[in-house]
Design a protein around this ligand. Structure first.
Ligand code: DMJ
Length: 621
């Protein structure tokens, strides 16, 4: 089925057929011919001809009386022929594709939605539950693991899995600011002020990407939200002054720059020794494509606020370099060599090691003002081509129920397709929707005629993929998604590997292998639900987010404090792992909180979220 018919041909074009413009003449004649098949009075060909003639005459009269505002401009250019006021060219020319009108359903959605403000007490109460969950997670961390990277909630101790920079403190900081948890901002901010510079100067190996997205991103967002850039935001008066965050960020970034400076090419090394300001490749020599291409939002913003271009210059060289490399319909292998600067292998996927490459293409372009014909337009072009590649090469439908998912090409486009989808891929619906409307609501983007046909295709794909991501939760016994799912297709099936929720409509479509049944409290699905809710205003995304939140509450909350990862989401009660990942506070709870809240908080046309959910302002152009 789907193998021979790519998504873009079979589904999107078909689904979007209703968006295409038909000329009034075509509409009238088509309706008439449809009527003809049903009505006796027009059953003979002379009758058809006379009626067509009549309708044509009426159409002419209508058009003569209607003056299109565009007419004068066209007239001036002398491009059209008028016959008694009727533009013949307009009737004969192939009509352009125009954006769709809002359907009655969408109209209702708009009316029932709270034009951005959270006037519905149900959602305000649910948002409060998320705020309480954050408090609970933080208190557990603070009690057992303050200053460590992560909490092990079952063992009730801390662990340094990310190099020892107190990653949970920094990852959680801006979420606390957004939620208005003043006491947590004070505690976390005080820890940063008292310890982080010293830690940075003493610690050894850290990963460039992880440290950039979690720690540097967290510091920069805290800087902005606490009133950096002359009080631009000032969400909180708690904690240290904004410059404290900025100074630590600069010190950290200066050391991270060694990953770029030590490499013989534009592609940075993966690991940095902080205390030495030196860097080296990862074991095996390769860097991940997603890692080297997902540090630019942070380095760009640091250059903007520090006035020193060196951070941005180094980071942007990576993207400019990747632009020159050969790709498969815009898609890229997941490994790249800092030695040669070339991609390595053919493994193409939007899951681990590939994901945020695609996310940053569009987000960096948006961060720099989102303008066509700027120095950054190449990023928009690379993104557009890549999403075309996704639609043509990676999107399939499952059987029997037809979930739209994104698979992998482990051996490149000539090799076999794998119907495997990491939960990590669930960032994509949000990114697709954001890329389509540039952060505006769909309603506004449509009203202002801003959506191209391509944007509409991407928006449709975003909604379809968000469904598959949600069903990865719905299909399991716990209501929580596994780390990886396979989709049953005509070419691929495996029995006896269902998620454990027999009442799910998609129980047969989703295969969950034993090794993939863990859940790390990851954010990607709720991230996409949040973005899609903001853009479409469809409250189903809020409902789905709430269902996921309730499942986290039920199965991952630990009595003594904090939340934990799980070993197996397909059994109840699930066996628990012993780790609260920093992104549960940095991302998962932040996106849930924003999903249930007011649209004016971190508006999507004014901020871009880095891949760890740290909001950074879009440059004023
Ligand atoms: C986060 O650190 C980031 O979102 C990253 O891009 C992917 N993995 C985790 C969350 O799952």
């Amino acid at each position: 089925m789907s193998k021979s018919l790519p998504y873009s041909v079979k589904d999107v074009h078909y689904d979007n057929a209703k968006f295409r413009h038909r000329s009034p003449l075509k509409v009238l004649s088509q309706s008439l011919l449809t009527l003809n098949t049903k009505r006796d009075y027009a059953s003979c060909s002379t009758g058809k001809f006379l009626i067509l003639l009549l309708v044509f005459g009426i159409a002419c009269l209508i058009l003569m009386g209607t003056k299109n505002p565009d007419d004068s401009a066209l007239n001036e250019k002398g491009k059209v022929t008028f016959v008694g006021g009727l533009r013949l060219g307009r009737l004969l020319r192939k009509p352009p594709r125009i954006p769709p009108r809002l359907s009655p359903d969408e109209g209702q959605l708009k009316d029932s939605a709270t034009n951005g403000s959270n006037s519905d007490p149900k959602w305000a109460a649910r948002q409060q539950c998320v705020k309480d969950a954050f408090d609970y997670a933080w208190s557990g961390y603070r009690k057992f693991a303050m200053g460590y990277d992560e909490l092990m909630p079952i063992s009730q101790r801390g662990v340094d899995g990310l190099g020892g920079l107190g990653a949970t403190v920094v990852d959680a900081l801006d979420t606390a600011m957004i939620m208005g948890h003043g006491h947590i901002v004070s505690e976390a901010g005080a820890w940063v002020e008292a310890h982080l510079l010293e830690r940075i100067s003493q610690k050894g190996q850290v990963n460039l990407f992880e440290t950039t997205i979690r720690v540097l991103g967290g510091l920069l967002s805290a800087y902005h939200l606490s009133g950096g850039e002359h009080g631009a935001m000032n969400m909180t008066h708690d904690g240290p002054k904004p410059d404290v965050y900025l100074n630590v960020a600069k010190d950290l970034a200066d050391r991270l720059l060694s990953a770029f400076n030590s490499s013989p090419t534009a592609v940075p090394y993966s690991d940095v020794i902080l205390r030495e300001s030196t860097a080296h490749p990862a074991p095996g020599g390769m860097s991940s494509t997603a890692e080297v291409a997902s540090v630019q939002l942070e380095f760009n913003y640091l250059s903007a606020v520090s006035g020193d271009p060196k951070y941005s210059t180094e980071a942007m060289k990576v993207l400019a370099h990747i632009k020159t490399l050969p790709k498969t319909k815009g898609l890229v292998p997941i490994y790249i060599s800092p030695q040669s600067g070339e991609f390595v292998g053919e493994n193409i996927r939007l899951g681990s090691r590939g994901d945020s490459y695609y996310e940053y293409l569009i987000k960096v372009w948006l961060q720099q003002g989102g303008k066509m014909n700027s120095n950054f337009t190449y990023l928009h072009d690379m993104y557009t081509e890549a999403m075309k590649g996704v639609r043509h090469l990676l999107v399939r439908k499952s059987v029997p129920k037809g979930l739209v998912f994104v698979g992998e090409l482990p051996y490149g486009s000539k090799g076999e397709f794998s119907p495997k989808m990491d939960h990590l891929v669930c960032f994509l619906p949000g990114t697709l929707a954001l890329g389509a409307t540039k952060g505006l609501t769909k309603e506004k983007a449509l009203a202002e005629n801003l959506l191209s046909f391509e944007d509409l295709e991407n928006l449709k794909l975003a909604e379809d993929l968000a469904k598959a991501c949600f069903e990865m939760y719905e299909v399991t016994a716990t209501g929580l998604a596994p780390e990886i799912a396979y989709f049953h297709t005509e070419e691929y099936s495996e029995d006896g590997l269902e998620g454990g929720n027999k009442s799910s409509v998609y129980a047969k479509d989703i295969i969950i292998k034993h090794a993939d049944r863990h859940n790390l409290l990851r954010p990607e699905t709720v991230e996409s639900l949040f973005v899609l809710y903001r853009i479409t205003k469809d409250t189903k995304y809020r409902d789905q987010g709430w269902q996921i939140f309730e499942a986290f509450e039920k199965y991952t909350k630990v009595k003594s404090g904090g939340y934990t990862s799980l070993d197996d989401v397909t059994e109840v009660p699930p066996h628990r792992r012993d780790k609260m990942e920093t992104f549960f506070l940095g991302e998962t709870l932040k996106y849930l909180y924003l999903l249930f809240g007011d649209d004016s908080v971190i508006p999507l046309d004014k901020f871009v979220f880095n891949t760890e959910a740290h909001p950074l302002p879009i440059r004023n152009t």
